[in-house]
Design a protein around this ligand. Structure first.
Ligand SMILES: CC(C)(COP(=O)(O)OP(=O)(O)OC[C@H]1O[C@@H](n2cnc3c(N)ncnc32)[C@H](O)[C@@H]1OP(=O)(O)O)[C@@H](O)C(=O)NCCC(=O)NCCS
Length: 142
């Protein structure tokens, strides 16, 4: 089951981040993003337990996929794909015509997921991540 992401999910997202989810989001940033009204996302549940999530931010008539995460034991079961689809549908519903994202050049599972979901490479951002790694920028027409 997939449901909308909510402020009550913030502790869960932060705990996942502490395990191995290494984007720069913390609890305060998530609170502020939700308060801004342009931030939205989805959670995949298994028997009531949250096992994957994704979120995006609107920016005028485009949206940015901010993060997506599936707990390791639930990977390769299609949850990431379902969440990307939900984010695309919601972004389109909010008026976005394109969905952008940045992904580490070395993150082959995520790159494969995005390509399969219809994203194409739009460029690179050198030293985008704190450790100096380059980001691949991808975009999907909605
Ligand atoms: C990237 C990630 C979200 C994929 O989630 P998922 O639920 O496993 O995704 P899906 O099951 O929908 O996989 C869809 C496709 O992605 C690709 N893929 C997923 N995991 C892969 C892997 N380990 N190696 C290669 N390709 C992979 C495959 O093409 C897969 O399709 P297939 O199963 O038909 O072969 C998950 O691996 C994850 O949480 N990684 C850590 C966090 C992260 O890197 N997030 C992205 C940057 S914020």
């Amino acid at each position: 089951m997939i449901r909308a992401l909510d402020t009550k999910d913030i502790p869960f997202i932060v705990s996942a981040r502490n395990i191995d989810f290494c984007d720069g989001w913390n609890g305060a940033m998530l609170e502020s993003a939700f308060a801004g009204g342009r931030f939205f996302g989805f959670v995949a549940e298994d028997s009531g337990k949250a096992v994957a999530f994704a979120a995006a931010d609107m920016a005028a008539d485009t949206a940015d996929l901010e993060f997506i995460y599936t707990f390791p034991e639930y990977r390769k079961k299609g949850l990431g794909t379902s969440l990307v689809r939900a984010v695309c549908d919601a972004a389109r519903g909010r008026g976005a015509v394109k969905l952008f994202l940045e992904v580490r050049k070395s993150n082959l599972p995520a790159l494969a997921l995005y390509e399969k979901a219809g994203f194409v490479k739009a460029g690179e951002r050198a030293a985008y991540y704190g450790d100096g790694e380059t980001a691949t920028v991808m975009v999907k027409e909605l």
